[in-house]
Structures are given as structure tokens and as C-alpha cells.
Design a protein around this ligand. Structure first.
Ligand SMILES: Cc1ncc(COP(=O)(O)O)c(C=O)c1O
Length: 450
């Protein structure tokens, strides 16, 4: 054994901290910069509150996910779930990285088309697709995922009336051990309903069934459930080939992988309980490989992963408005962003950071928003030092569902900035203004006359 390398000693300041119920030391996260730009500088330039997307983190997570699946399975394609975050700049990053678009409404369909996604790279899900949307999808050669019998019969009638072909798949719900089952969408597997719907499509004149789709739920921690879903879907895919000599092209396993957030109800931290992408990928591919299909018989595998790809790239910067003590002595901090902007705070204990070291004394704190509503709690049970008004608190892992489900309520919605790979902070959605908000309002004639 050779001589050991000399390692310079380092003195680390020990912090006095409170111990939680389980003996875990609590420390305050300090985050001065996002991708090299000072948070204070971002607020000075774009205001507070402010959503920030890190292009670097986003691309890294898409590329890693692509690599993970493509190394395990030869035919693989991501389709970006628009409802998770449909800001143009975010969708463009996904499309540049090779993702198709997965949409669930005519609005999302039009948004994808407007961004230049060709119809034959759009997957159209959802329980309500109006005739005008179906016509666009049929004419563009998009993949229409049928949700229920009424939609199926309407499509049969429409395509026969117009004598045009439509590319379709059916959404399937099934028991994968996740309860409650998401059986309000699609056709049921175990009862034979899905099989019957497929038979009905196979004898239709103008519907060309291309694939099978399922989405077993969201924030799914069980990789076994994905293995069951992949296995059931592949079994059906093979059965259609064996019994009808009809070759489907794909199976689509939807989304649902958990992101790095911790749920309120979760006892352990997400870093302990959330499976890695590799574990999800191993489970899915082993479910498909159960049937020993030859390479040319294997289905193309689609995934519509949403939150697990975008959450980490999103930050919400807020500014402290005031501090107070509640009647029970608990420290309360009021910030200038509310739950209308951070919808996911109803489900998650979002990680929070401050931008400076405010000393060693921390207290069990609740962070309230600025809404004048009792429900406006952004984070509870977090140990924080007293933070002076005017200073920032940053919420992490907010990239999914907040910038689509946000409500304009009491205040205009804030700006969104993307920090590009080149380290430039670019505005990707402007802060709303009073004029923007009232532009669709109209005053009745009699009120105008006054
Ligand atoms: C059909 C479909 N695909 C994909 C997704 C994305 O799910 P997640 O963000 O959990 O990955 C959803 C979300 O509910 C969905 O309904």
C-alpha cells in the first residue's frame, strides 16, 4: 500500500441547532444564486415574486431520462405532458431534446401546433375532445387516445360520415396495486371492456388502432406497479397480434414518476422513498420483456413523464413582508406569494432556502402567503431563523403544475424567467398588468351611460 495523500485540515463551524422529534439536526439551506445569478439581482431586475426555470437543470434531467430508457429498451420515445408546464420556452426545450407533445385539450393541441410540433408527433389524451379538435387531429394525423365508448362511437360516426381515416389508441385503466384505482379514465382491463373496445375498433372502417395507453396515477412510489402495467399492456398487445393477426405499433405507459418533492403525508423524506429513474425503467422493461418478443415484434414504448422531469428546474422566489408570533408562540413569516401561485404547496412540503446566513437560532416556522385567506399556507413545520422583511425565501422543485394551475387571484401573476445554458436570465412570461387582466371584461351598456 502506497503512502496516503496529504489532505489539508479544514475547520468547520459547528452550528447549534434544535433537534427534531427523530433526532435529526435541522439546518437552514442557503441559496445565494441560481445558475450563477444572484437571487437579489433577479428580484431587482424582474420583481418579486418570481418564477425561475433553470434551462441547464431541465436539459440535464431530460437527457438523463432519455439515456436511462434508451440504454434499457431499443424503441423508446418521450412525449411532453403539456399540462405539467406549457410555457412555450419550456415546451421548446423538451421538443429540442426530442420529445413529442402529449396534450389533453384543444387549447393544448393548438399550443403544440403553434410551436411547430407536427400533428404526427402529437398524442391527444383526455376525456373531452370536441369535434373541432378531433377534426384537427384527424387531418393532422395525430394519435387520438380514446377515453370512453361515447367518444369511440362518435369517432366511428364522424370518420364514416366524412370518409376519412383516423389514427387511434385506447386508454386502459387497470389494477396495478395502486388505490384508489384511476378507473375514471379509459376502458377497464380486468373486466374485458378494453378488449371489447379494441374488437369494435378492429371492425370499424376508418379507425386505425395504433397503440394502447394507460396512466396508472401520479407520484407513484411503487415500481412494481409499473412492472404490472407494462406486463398487462404487453400481454394485450401480443394477444391482438396472436388472435387477430393485427400488429399494433406502440404501448404508452403515461406519466406518474415521483419528483424530488416530499408529500405532506410522507413520513420519510423524498430522497429516501422516491425510486430512481433507473428503478422505474428496470421495472417497466422487465414487464415488457416477460413475453420474450423478438426485437422486431417489440412495441415502441412511449412515456408521458411530467413532474419528474420538470419539477427540479423550477424555483419560486418570494420576499418576506413581515414576521410575527402566533398566539401559541410559533414563528410566522409572511411572504409576497400565495398558494394561488404555488398550488403544489397543498400536496408537498416544498424545500425552502434563504439567501443569507441569518445566524444559528432557528425556530419551528410557518410560511404564510399574502392572500388574506386562512388557507394560504405555503409551508409549515420548517425550521428557519428570523428573516428580515425585504429578504428572499426560495421554494424549490416547483416546475410542475404551478405555472399551469396558477390562479390570477387578488394579485396579477408574476413574471417567469429562464436562466439559459449561457447564464443569461431571459424573461419567458411577463408579469401580468391591470390592463392585461381587464382586457376581456365588458361593462353593460346601462352602466356605461352613467
Ligand atoms: C394522461 C397523462 N399523462 C401524463 C401525465 C403526467 O403525469 P406526471 O406529472 O405525474 O408524470 C398526466 C398527469 O396527470 C396524465 O393525465
Amino acid at each position: 500500500m502506497g503512502e496516503k495523500n496529504y489532505i489539508k485540515p479544514i475547520i468547520t463551524k459547528q452550528k447549534t441547532v434544535f433537534y427534531g422529534k427523530f433526532g435529526k439536526a435541522t439546518t437552514t439551506n442557503i441559496l445565494e444564486k441560481i445558475d450563477g445569478i444572484f437571487i437579489t439581482e433577479l428580484v431587482e431586475k424582474f420583481g418579486s415574486p418570481l418564477f425561475v426555470i433553470s434551462e441547464k437543470t431541465l436539459r440535464r434531467s431530460i437527457q438523463r431520462a432519455n439515456r436511462t430508457f434508451k440504454t434499457r429498451y431499443p424503441k423508446f420515445q418521450f412525449s411532453w405532458s403539456y399540462k405539467t408546464n406549457y410555457l412555450d420556452a419550456v415546451c421548446l426545450v423538451f421538443h429540442e431534446e426530442g420529445s413529442w407533445a402529449e396534450v389533453v385539450s384543444e387549447f393544448e393541441y393548438d399550443k403544440a401546433k403553434r410551436l411547430g410540433v407536427p400533428g404526427n408527433k402529437i398524442i391527444f389524451n383526455g376525456p373531452h375532445k370536441p369535434e373541432s379538435a378531433l377534426m384537427k387531429a384527424i387531418n393532422d394525423g395525430a394519435f387520438i387516445h380514446i377515453d370512453h365508448y361515447d367518444e369511440l362511437y362518435f369517432l366511428i360516426e364522424l370518420t364514416e360520415r366524412l370518409k376519412i381515416d383516423a389514427k387511434v389508441a385506447i386508454r386502459i385503466n387497470m389494477d396495478t396495486g395502486i388505490y384508489p384505482k384511476w378507473d375514471r379514465f379509459g376502458f377497464n382491463y380486468e373486466s374485458g371492456e378494453a378488449y371489447d373496445a379494441i374488437k369494435r375498433i378492429l371492425i370499424s372502417k376508418h379507425l386505425q388502432i395504433k397503440g394502447l395507453h394507460c396512466h396508472i396515477g401520479t407520484y407513484i412510489l411503487s415500481t412494481d406497479s409499473y412492472k404490472i402495467a407494462a406486463s398487462k399492456m404487453t400481454y394485450l398487445y401480443k394477444r391482438i397480434k396472436d388472435e387477430f393477426n393485427y400488429q399494433l405499433d406502440y404501448i404508452d405507459l403515461g406519466g406518474g414518476f415521483a419528483s424530488k418533492n416530499t408529500l405532506h403525508a410522507q413520513y420519510l423524506d423524498s430522497s429516501i422513498v422516491v425510486p430512481s429513474l433507473e428503478e422505474y425503467a428496470d421495472a417497466i422493461t422487465s414487464g415488457i420483456f416477460e413475453y420474450n418478443l423478438k426485437e422486431d415484434e417489440l412495441p415502441l414504448l412511449f412515456l408521458e413523464t411530467g413532474r419528474a422531469l420538470v419539477d427540479e428546474a423550477g424555483f419560486l422566489i418570494s420576499t418576506v413582508v413581515a414576521n410575527k408570533r402566533l398566539s401559541n408562540g410559533k414563528q410566522a413569516i409572511i411572504v409576497d406569494a400565495g398558494v394561488n401561485l404555488l398550488f403544489t404547496s397543498f400536496w408537498y412540503k416544498h424545500k425552502v432556502s434563504v439567501t443569507e446566513d441569518y445566524g444559528d437560532v432557528q425556530d419551528d416556522s410557518v410560511i404564510y402567503g399574502n392572500l388574506c385567506m386562512n388557507i394560504d399556507i405555503l409551508r409549515d413545520g420548517v425550521f428557519l431563523p428570523p428573516i428580515p422583511p425585504g429578504k428572499q425565501i426560495v421554494f424549490h422543485n416547483v416546475g410542475a403544475y404551478n405555472m399551469t394551475q396558477w390562479l390570477q387571484f387578488i394579485n396579477p401573476r408574476p413574471a417567469v424567467v429562464m436562466i439559459t445554458n449561457e447564464g443569461v436570465a431571459e424573461l419567458i412570461r411577463e408579469k401580468e398588468t391591470l390592463d392585461y387582466i381587464v382586457q376581456l371584461e365588458r361593462i353593460p351598456e346601462k352602466q356605461k351611460m352613467k
